[in-house]
Unconditional design. Sequence first.
Length: 477
Amino acid sequence: MKQIYGMYTLAAALFMLFACGEESKDKAPAVSLSQRDVQQLQAPDAAKNALRDPRLLGRAMLAQSRYTEALAAFEEARRREPESGEILVGVGRAHLALGDVEKAQKFYEMAVALEPANAGLQIGLGNFHLKFNRYDEAEAAFRAALTLDSTYVVARRGLAAVYSKQGRLPDSAREYEHALAMAPDHESTRFNLGLVRVHLGQYDEARPLLEKVVKDDPTQARAHYELGMILLNEGDDVGARVHFDRTLEVDTTYVQAHVQIARLLLRQEQLTEAAGRLRQTILIDPGVAEAFRLLGQTYLRLGRESAGEKSLQAYEKVKAFEKELKLFQERIRSDPDDAEAHYSLGYIYGRLGFTGVALPHYIRTVTINPEHIQALKNMGNIYIRTGHFDQAAAAYEQLLSHDAKNLPALTSLGQVYLSQQRADEAIDVLEKAVALDAGWVPAHQGLAEVYKSLGEIARSEEHRARVRQLKEEQIKK
């Protein structure tokens, strides 16, 4: 049954790949389908045949975000075709999703070295460097692609994105103009050009571009937001509020729209409503420092000095991390399966004390990369602190299935089992920890607690004495 199910899921993924057709010059060159691939997918028993072709299997696994399996398939494909640049890009893409940036870079660069005349591989390398803000390297790769094929519109967009991130806005606008002329119906190019025009203060040029975006796609929340910002900068508060409200109709979690509405409410002296809006913003995303600053000022104006001071202290705390938060959030917008960006966001939110926001990022990290030890550990720790012992046990058990000698995880799992009144299992994992390291204090402390709960006082005291002995030895050192 499992094999049949696997065949169905693979067939579905292959259909998704086939539906995309052959790669055109208007599409990002991820891991493309060759003419041979298309012929194979059109053939009878395509799914069965794909099981014998690790290239197609790897691409199917990428389509399903099953990166560990994709990596294994591409490695087998590489063994069969060691000089295929596109297969090397597949290996690199899988490593990138799994969080091994150094290995990913090596394979992207190897691909280009093997096929230097392949413009698509140059763009893949450019996108890799752009993701990590390596602008010089990204520009070189996109320019190399355009040298090979001046009509490759994806390379033109990539170059425009590099210039935008570097603050070279006139150059970025020029490249986006070229890209839009080459592909007039490409909505993202039109939006990005409009955004660059906004940043240049060229509102008359930006407005028709963004209006066309929302006309063609009313669900484009950020275009509504940018139109609101244009009107706000022109002094039209009423028109701006309309667009901010439309932004939130499309996406209720768009925190910057909430912040701008709060600003408008403060201008109108609607302090209580503004405070409510800002509290809502912080619940959605506590990583926006400005929301804390405005809330603090609002509380002070309302005479709530203690609350105001606490909010302003939170502002200073969040402000120190805000730049990093924005960078990782941007990475996730461009690649929702960026495991390391999710982990980094979880880690920062956790450091700030916002574990409720950190947890979903850790969960997403582990969904992408089930072997991410640190994310599993942090998930387990959060679940323990919040009293969700079943989930904590599952996190630590998954961690230990990949790293059976992880002492902190063994100890924490023992604590969870004790909390669940699973004393025998607690003893088992804690004894494993002691066997790995007889001087591991937390394991002896855990065993002392377990044996006490069972009424075995002598054994409990034996481990407590061992704890005292180890601590004394540590002090002497």
